[in-house]
Design a protein around this ligand. Structure first.
Ligand SMILES: Cc1cc2nc3c(=O)[nH]c(=O)nc-3n(C[C@H](O)[C@H](O)[C@H](O)COP(=O)(O)OP(=O)(O)OC[C@H]3O[C@@H](n4cnc5c(N)ncnc54)[C@H](O)[C@@H]3O)c2cc1C
Length: 423
């Protein structure tokens, strides 16, 4: 009798797993990626797609989902749902789609907003696969130069310059060359970074398994026994850097913010309150006092940049300055925040990660993007995938991992055929 119960349970589990893995249509497939089309540079043609004004009559009937906000997070969720045949409407408060990924052109110069460079886009990485799937292979990335960044610490005669190389091995080796007395610290730092990158999926899993299971695993300490990522995620960069070395320059390099690429972008941190008195003025018509005020910041920053790179001064043709009020207007940010919900340490405690989910107490209202996982193009994209998984009640990561395996096999087959031909 007991044997029969066990056999029945096993069969139910096996059939259920098979159905979950193979019985449902997958949003992702090899076929959905096509060769990239020509790059469209005609602004009018681009605007036709990106700047579609809202009209009630244009809203299709029988929608399955409405996505509010067209950043990478919302678009990833929308594309994933649409790939399964769902009828999706994306609404955007700005006059063009893209969120932090949109660009704008002024006086012939194209400015990008929130995509300067990203990592993990190597062949067959999960991130590259998702990017290809949601864009049907139409977004192409340019590989970073070997020396892609320079960090300058201090000013005048006391200033020190460090160069940063792309590629995880090259970056580590090059830092070791520049900090010969701290090679152990650099090695340890990269070990932590690599482990964190490899284990990030465990943090996503906290949002996909039932919440009570996630909290049980965390509170009982089982999660910590399984991986140190659950403890590390709630540790601040300063504490990690302090534990590795007392070299202050290396500390700065371990937690620097990096921005560069087509136009020069200079970023600094300011308080919303410094600009608040203009919050009710119309955008682009906030008045001469606002213009003069924000230009003071711009000029100081530009002077600073010229102190490092004096040849820049003669090259300045056009300057555009955005403030927290711009973030509020163009990106719908609360109090002009750069990354939406605050990225403080509390938010990244493992328990907070498990509690901050895509579903909300409001029926059929789900959250995606950087608010649900982390800032950054990759972080917001995962927010979109988590959201689609929650809406569909289907973990789309399983489909992606199976696709990754398929692509690896395909590549191996192609390489073998090429070798055969050569021989
Ligand atoms: C200056 C800057 C530089 C950055 N550089 C990089 C980088 O180099 N690499 C990297 O990986 N990341 C970078 N980031 C971060 C990255 O761009 C963001 O974390 C990510 O794009 C956020 O995506 P999202 O979809 O969550 O949000 P968003 O892209 O902000 O999209 C949200 C969208 O929702 C819309 N919206 C808001 N409220 C409403 C509403 N009520 N109705 C309709 N629409 C609404 C907004 O207008 C916006 O279009 C940068 C960010 C900034 C600001």
């Amino acid at each position: 009798m007991w044997l029969l119960v066990v056999v029945v349970c096993f069969l139910v589990w096996a059939v259920g797993t098979y159905w979950y893995l193979f019985g449902k249509p997958s949003p992702f497939s090899v076929e959905s990626v096509r060769p990239p089309g020509p790059l469209e540079l005609d602004q009018k043609k681009r605007h036709k797609i990106l700047k579609q004004g809202f009209r009630k009559e244009k809203v299709p009937e029988n929608l399955d989902a409405i996505v509010i906000g067209s950043g990478i997070g919302g678009m990833t969720a929308a594309a994933t749902l649409a790939k399964l045949g769902k009828r999706v409407l994306v609404l955007e408060q700005h006059d063009q789609a893209g969120g932090c990924c949109h660009t704008f052109t002024e006086k012939g110069f194209e400015f990008d907003i929130g995509l300067h460079y990203i990592g993990q886009l190597h062949e067959n990485s999960l991130f590259k696969i998702v990017m290809d799937q949601i864009t049907e292979g139409q977004v192409q990335f340019v590989e970073l130069d070997k020396h892609f960044d320079t960090i300058v610490i201090g000013t005048g005669e006391k200033s020190r310059k460090y160069t940063i190389y792309s590629g995880k091995t090259e970056m580590e080796e090059h830092l070791k060359e520049q900090f010969p007395d701290d090679t152990k610290a650099v090695e340890e730092f990269f070990k932590i970074m690599k482990m964190s990158a490899r284990k990030t999926h465990l943090l996503a899993a906290l949002k996909l398994i039932p919440q009570w299971v996630a909290l049980f695993l965390l509170k009982s300490g089982i999660a910590n026994l399984y991986s140190s990522i659950f403890r590390l995620v709630g540790t601040n960069a300063t504490a990690v850097a302090d534990s590795l070395t007392s070299n202050k320059d290396l500390h700065i390099i371990f937690y620097y913010l990096f921005y560069g690429k087509s136009c020069m972008t200079i970023l600094t941190v300011v308080n919303y309150e410094w600009f608040e008195e203009w919050k009710d003025t119309p955008v682009r018509k906030r008045g001469d006092d606002y213009l003069a005020y924000k230009m003071r910041f711009a000029n100081n920053l530009f002077d600073w940049a010229c102190s490092q790179y004096p040849k820049l001064r003669d090259k300045l043709v056009y300057q555009e300055v955005s403030t927290p009020l711009s973030n509020t207007h163009y990106l719908g940010r609360y109090l002009g925040a750069m990354y939406s919900a605050e990225h403080n340490l509390e938010r990244f405690q493992a328990e907070a990660i498990a509690r901050n989910r895509c579903d909300t107490p409001v029926k059929n209202l789900f959250i995606s993007g950087q608010d649900v996982f982390s800032c950054g193009i990759a972080g917001a994209l995962h927010g979109g995938l988590l959201c689609a998984s929650t809406v569909l009640k289907h973990i789309v990561y399983i489909d992606l991992l199976m696709l990754k395996k398929k692509l690896k096999k395909k590549k191996a087959r192609e390489t073998a055929e090429q070798v055969k031909k050569l021989l």
